[in-house]
Design a protein around this ligand. Structure first.
Ligand code: DON
Length: 305
């Protein structure tokens, strides 16, 4: 298996040259575009890894399924679904997605920025820092890694420059989808995106979702299976934004990308996969990461279809 992964990385490395680092968050331009790593963990905890799998990077949008999980754990499916819809937008992650002068909850989903910002308000906690700390704790639990922390520099960089997200959040506020102070809500969102992870962390979080909420590391049930079905289904439809259909056809498993260069893929009942390669395609997805998953899916028959 290690040999196969090394072969895949070697074959796909050339695609990193066709991608571009995210530069709208200045701190992310410090990444090395040549970094490329993969970590796979299967249900019986067998690990396979290759390349720069120990590198740390910020989770960015890969935190959105964790945000959704916590919102579900705190409020249940009906409440979450009433606040943030489940349909693919077919638009970029930061699109201003409303029409006819009215924003409706069914126009957004938990994987686009607007949906994720709205979900921050659903998490329980006295302050937005409390809400974030609960999210960080859940991330540690899902990854079985108590050492996961936030990257202060990336957080400050995004907080300083994240005016598009501010615009999206003010739109949510205008249409009553956020009640609290916009800057407080955004602070939680920016912190969430700045959680620092490795390929191993993403693979282990993916495995916990693939195992429908039961930790393969402690035997503990972290969340009810019905929430894994909900999150994985939304990832299948919306996890790669307006590239989700193409990804479903070529790879065929639920996955989530982030502009930090990470991809978490979930092969239900079988394995979790974490990939890191920070050069992105025009949709904000890791370009070589997607190619590697395509190859891997064909070799290991991963498609759930
Ligand atoms: O809010 C943003 O724009 C970033 N913190 C996260 C966006 C992201 O990762 C999109 N994913 N591919």
């Amino acid at each position: 298996m290690t040999e196969l992964l090394e072969e895949i990385l070697e074959e796909c490395a050339r695609y990193t040259k066709e991608g571009k680092l995210a530069d709208y968050i200045p701190e992310l331009t410090k990444a090395n575009p040549d970094d490329f790593g993969i970590f796979i963990i299967s249900g019986d905890k067998r690990v396979s890894k290759a390349g720069d799998f120990t590198k740390e990077f910020t989770i960015q949008s890969v935190v959105k399924p964790i945000l959704l999980l916590l919102a579900l754990m705190d409020n249940g499916i009906e409440c979450v679904k009433n606040h943030v819809g489940v349909e693919a937008t077919g638009k970029p992650f930061d699109a201003i997605n409303y029409s006819e002068q009215k924003l409706l909850s069914e126009n957004i989903n938990p994987m686009v920025n607007m949906g994720a910002i709205a979900m921050c308000t659903l998490i329980k906690g006295d302050t937005y820092l409390d809400k974030f700390n609960r999210l960080l704790e859940l991330t540690r639990l899902l990854a079985n890694n108590p050492d996961i922390e936030m990257d202060e520099e990336v957080y400050l960089s995004e907080k300083r420059t994240g005016n598009k997200n501010r615009a999206l959040a003010y739109l949510l506020k205008t249409y009553g989808m956020i009640k609290d102070d916009v800057e407080d809500v955004l602070d939680c969102y920016f912190r969430a995106c700045s959680i620092k992870v490795s390929c191993a962390d993403l693979a282990k979080i993916g495995l916990t979702l693939a195992s429908h909420g039961k930790s393969q590391f402690t035997g503990e049930r972290i969340f009810p299976a019905k929430y894994a079905y909900y999150v994985n289904a939304i990832l299948m439809n919306c996890g790669m934004y307006d590239g989700s259909g193409e990804f479903a056809v070529k790879v065929g498993v639920p996955a989530k990308s982030g502009v930090g260069g990470g991809i978490m893929a979930i092969v239900p009942t079988r394995m979790g996969i974490g990939i890191y390669s920070p050069a992105l395609d025009s949709k904000g997805n890791s370009i070589a990461g997607i190619k590697a998953l395509e190859m891997l899916s064909k070799k290991l028959y991963l498609s759930i279809f």
